[in-house]
Structures are given as C-alpha cells and as structure tokens.
Design a protein. Structure first.
Length: 190
C-alpha cells in the first residue's frame, strides 16, 4: 500500500471556527496540489487548543455541514481533522473526523484525557469509549484513529491493529509555552 500523506501543521486562532475552517481549507488545497491521498490536521485544528469555557461555543456535531464541507471539493483525498464534537447527548468530546468527498467516514473520540500540569481536558470534555479500526476503502483500507495522549497508551493502537488497521493516524497538539505568558498565548492563538 503506497499512500502520500500531507501533515498539515497550522496555528489555529483560539475559538475562531470561521478563520480556522478557512485555514484548513487553504492547507488542504496545498495538500491536494502536492498529490496527497491523505491530509492530516492537528488535534483541535478547528478551534485551537486551550479552549476551557469556550468549548460549548465552538463545538459542532459530527454531521455539521461546515465540517462535512472540508474536502468536499477534493473527493479523492481523505482528511483527518481535530475538532470539538457535540454529541447527541449534548456532551463535548475532543474528536478527530476522517472525511472524504463531503462525507464523514470515521470518527474517534479521545479516550485518554490528560488532567495534569496545565492540561485539564477532563473538566471540559468527556472521554470516548470506543476503540476500533475504521473501514475507509482504497487506498487506506482500514485505519485506526486516535487523538494525542491516546497513542501514549499502547493498548489503544494495539486493539486497532488487531481490529485490522493497516494505518494508524494520530492527531496531536498542545501549547508551546505556559498559558498566560505572552509567548504562550501567541503560540496557542490567544
């Protein structure tokens, strides 16, 4: 299996969905022009990282047309992008969507939420409870999706591989400096 992957690094604007959607679409156009089969964006690429009480304001459902529009113009490219998901039960999850041609073909909710140091994800989001590989078709076949700290726990990728994943996709992000400092706020889009 040969897959051309574009790792799309970006510095999202904290809490600004519209600006971040445009940023993602711009980087995706670059990936498509480079011949990518898969474009991978960071954890919380659509919102920025240290959201805290902004979580309800920036959360979107997995079937939100704004999310599904990412990559709709590039039907042959898979797109993995991190966002804050609002579930049907009105719970908020740090999730990664796998999109292709305007359709959601895979979704993973972060299982391991860090709650140490400056990380307090368990206070603002709920943990996911499903660890599976996702059937996505050619050229990726079956993939395992995960978010940041999920990959630090060998149990999760091991289960995905046992479930048939041929490719593991982990989206990750984090603040570059301590929050509150001018450099830290600039680094996380604050």
């Amino acid at each position: 299996m040969e897959v051309r992957i574009a790792l799309a690094q970006l510095a999202p604007h904290l809490g600004d969905l519209d600006a971040n959607l445009e940023l993602v679409k711009s980087r995706l156009a670059e990936a498509v022009a480079a011949g990518a089969d898969l474009a991978v964006f960071p954890e919380l690429a659509l919102t920025g990282y240290l959201l805290q009480d902004l979580v309800p304001d920036v959360a979107m459902r997995a079937d939100d047309p704004r999310l599904l529009a990412i990559g709709a113009d590039a039907p042959g490219v898979h797109v993995a992008v991190g966002f804050v998901e609002e579930t049907r039960a009105r719970r908020f999850c740090n999730s990664v969507a796998l999109l292709r041609g305007g359709r959601l073909i895979g979704l993973h909710r972060k299982v391991y939420l860090p709650t140490y140091g400056l990380f307090d994800e368990g206070r603002f989001t709920r943990a996911g409870h499903q660890i599976r590989a996702t059937e996505v078709g050619d050229p990726l076949h079956k993939v395992g999706l995960s978010v940041c700290e999920d990959f630090w726990h060998p149990f999760l990728p091991m289960l995905q591989v046992q479930d048939g994943a041929l490719l593991l996709i982990n989206v990750a992000a984090g603040p570059a400096r301590a929050p509150g400092s001018a450099a830290g706020l600039a680094a996380i889009g604050g």
